[in-house]
Design a binder for this molecule. Sequence first.
Ligand SMILES: NC(=O)c1ccc[n+]([C@@H]2O[C@H](COP(=O)([O-])OP(=O)(O)OC[C@H]3O[C@@H](n4cnc5c(N)ncnc54)[C@H](OP(=O)(O)O)[C@@H]3O)[C@@H](O)[C@H]2O)c1
Length: 322
Amino acid sequence: MHYRRLGKTNFEVSEIGFGAWGIGGNQWLGGSDRNSLAALHRAIESGVNFFDTAFAYGEGHSERLVGRTVRESGRQIYIATKVPPKNRIWPARAGTGIEDVFPYEYIVETTEMSLRNLEVETIDLQQLHVWNPEWIGRDEWRRAFEHLRTSGKVRAIGVSINDHQPESAIELIETGLIDTVQVIYNIFDQTPEKTLFPSALQHDVGVIARVPLDEGSLGGRIYENTVFEKGDFREGYFKGGRKKEVVEHIDALMADTGVERDQLAGLALRFCLTHRAVSTVIPGMRSVGSVDANCSVSGLGPLPDQMRAIVRKHAWGRNFYQ
Ligand SMILES: NC(=O)c1ccc[n+]([C@@H]2O[C@H](COP(=O)([O-])OP(=O)(O)OC[C@H]3O[C@@H](n4cnc5c(N)ncnc54)[C@H](OP(=O)(O)O)[C@@H]3O)[C@@H](O)[C@H]2O)c1
């Protein structure tokens, strides 16, 4: 496993981090705690030292699994979690005031709940789970983070940017008040390269690349006849004719690159790590097999220019979260 500096946090984090949404179990169905724990342990054995969870992932369930695994490992691991919006609306909506989403007391109290779930004294990275640029001048989030830092409950702070809106965090980065941003970055959504990444590099803000496999499509496991359990988040994400569209885009990507289906995830992760602004890429993994495949990508180095040029042509602008 290779490691990169996570911006001004100075944390040396593994290139492959662990996305822990799926193991929360409430929105991704069909997994089991047994398999999740095996995946978490395997990740640590393979050198993964950065775990991205959130209070909202199973109302603390993902946090408890991550905390337990980290404790059992006895290793020095960086845990990132997130404060859910108080109104429980993802993504943040224009016109919604911060008092409804991240009031001061709420940020502090939710962080304390996460500390209990994780059973740690300090959270390495606490993130706001949504961001609305209209809140830039408000002091609730600034004061709450300041308090959490000075009281030793949190080491670093960041924001998870709304789906497909990388530009919405530029002004925030320029304040110098945050250490990291988490953003959707994958072969289909390459938009963070335009202004977010240059800005993050300029201000030494760490970048966590999320949804690198487009919720599974870039892992090559979504077909036209794929059926998700009722209540699984992917039922909506890949609804209607979307699976057919995905299959067409994936087929075209494989044809152009010559990459076989079982190597697609590797291409997708390597694409993310090719950009030097990215500190860590955090695929969701609920099996040892996924962990092994993904960890093997670290250290391969950037995609050769020719391959990167081909992949760049496969950007696909759309928002399946709506
Ligand atoms: N708003 C936010 O802040 C936000 C939103 C979304 C995600 N996130 C974070 O980003 C992380 C990653 O995103 P995500 O989990 O939603 O989606 P993702 O990483 O794009 O895709 C996860 C899917 O890819 C599959 N997969 C993993 N490795 C694979 C491989 N080698 N080959 C084929 N398929 C593979 C997983 O299967 P298995 O599960 O079966 O292993 C899972 O179905 C999340 O876990 C979470 O930490 C944050």
